[in-house]
Design a protein around this ligand. Sequence first.
Ligand code: ZN
Length: 85
Amino acid sequence: MNATIKVDCARCGAVELPMADAQLVPFGPRGSTVVEFTCPVCAHLGRKELTERATLLLMHAGVGLTTASADGILDPDDSSSGEHR
Ligand SMILES: [Zn+2]
């Protein structure tokens, strides 16, 4: 499977993003989930707010949920250790 999602890059417009490059952030501006991505064309960091349904679809497809805040403070010890891929 080589699933992609459609996202909007601020520079390029609509681009197709490999799901492996997407990351869900559960603290969007209105309490919603946003997907954070690096544009595969120009490497610009972008965000897209998701509907609840889209969030479930992405999670089901294996997109990782990060516990980082929207400003990107990572806490690598937050999840159970020993689960690298
Ligand atoms: Zn771009």
